[in-house]
Design a protein around this ligand. Structure first.
Ligand code: SIN
Length: 278
């Protein structure tokens, strides 16, 4: 197995691995590479939903997302689907999954089943590099702050995804989570500082109003998505991205009108996120 860093600010391709037959040493190496690079990529992986679930369980307990419609044959595996007739896509904006949970998920393993002929790439941004790009003064200020994250405005009955075509999401009544996390977290695997606010789910700084929070959050979002912090993944059928929510944001591009894109996603449970202390 060979780990080759991607061009850009994050990500590494794991070459020569068959996810169905990983040794314990392979699992440890993938976990370390994911902690270091934020996201790891694989190609040519042949996995049924049941096999994908089995592979994901090598990395931790599985979190069954309450809002995603599952694949029919495997309720723990979420369907990430855009049909040719759909205009909206799932994950089409910078975000970090599950930051609205008190214990946010570690990350997700996404397996490509059908990809468009062109487009449908996913962007990832390194929140390690975002934290490092802050001035010493702003980093120190942010290290003493927390932010509030919510699922309501995204998955709730009036939320953004209520406008999504067909039944790709469900359970809007369960979108009741608000959680408070440090703005700069200590990454559980690498120990590095990572910026932990995101445009999808962060609604304000703790103790600040949404209006007061907006300008500083807008600055952090611009900083996080800077070109030098980003890598871009081109999918093929059988490709896998396994990202770490504590070290990256991601953004699924919606640039393939009239084509189908079908992915299977399994999410792994995480752990409480401590504040980074220098
Ligand atoms: C997601 O945000 O989980 C979907 C990412 C993708 O489809 O590339």
């Amino acid at each position: 197995m060979k780990i080759v860093p991607m061009q850009g600010g994050c990500g590494a391709e794991v070459q020569g691995a068959d996810l169905n037959t990983l040794t314990d040493a392979d699992v440890a190496a993938i976990r370390a590479a994911q902690g270091e690079h934020g996201v790891v990529f694989f190609h040519d992986q042949d996995m049924t939903p049941a096999q994908q679930l089995k592979v994901a369980r090598r990395f931790g307990d599985v979190n069954v997302n309450r809002f995603f419609t599952p694949v029919p044959e495997q309720p723990e595996v979420a369907l990430v689907l855009k049909e040719p007739r759909h205009e909206t896509n799932i994950g089409g904006g910078w975000h970090t999954d599950h930051s609205y949970d008190a214990i946010p998920a570690l990350g997700s393993m996404l397996h490509a089943k059908e990809v468009p002929t062109n487009g449908g790439d996913t962007l990832f941004a390194s929140m390690y590099l975002a934290a490092e790009a802050l001035s010493d003064g702003l980093r120190k200020t942010l290290m003493g702050m927390s932010a509030v994250h919510s699922s309501r405005h995204v998955f709730g009955s009036e939320g953004f995804y209520s406008r999504m075509e067909d039944d790709r999401y469900h359970n809007p009544e369960l979108a009741t989570q608000d959680a408070v996390h440090p703005v700069i977290v200590r990454h559980p695997v690498s120990g590095r500082a990572a910026l932990y606010v995101n445009p999808g789910f962060t609604i304000r700084f703790d103790g600040w109003t949404a209006e007061e929070s907006r300008p500083l959050l807008a600055y952090l979002y611009e900083l996080g998505a800077r070109e030098e912090h980003v890598c871009r993944f081109r999918w093929h059928e059988g490709s896998v991205a396994f990202w770490d929510n504590r070290a990256t944001w991601h953004h699924a591009l919606n640039d393939y009108p009239g084509e189908r894109r079908l992915m299977h996603r399994v999410t792994i449970e995480g752990e409480p996120l401590p504040a980074y202390a220098a």
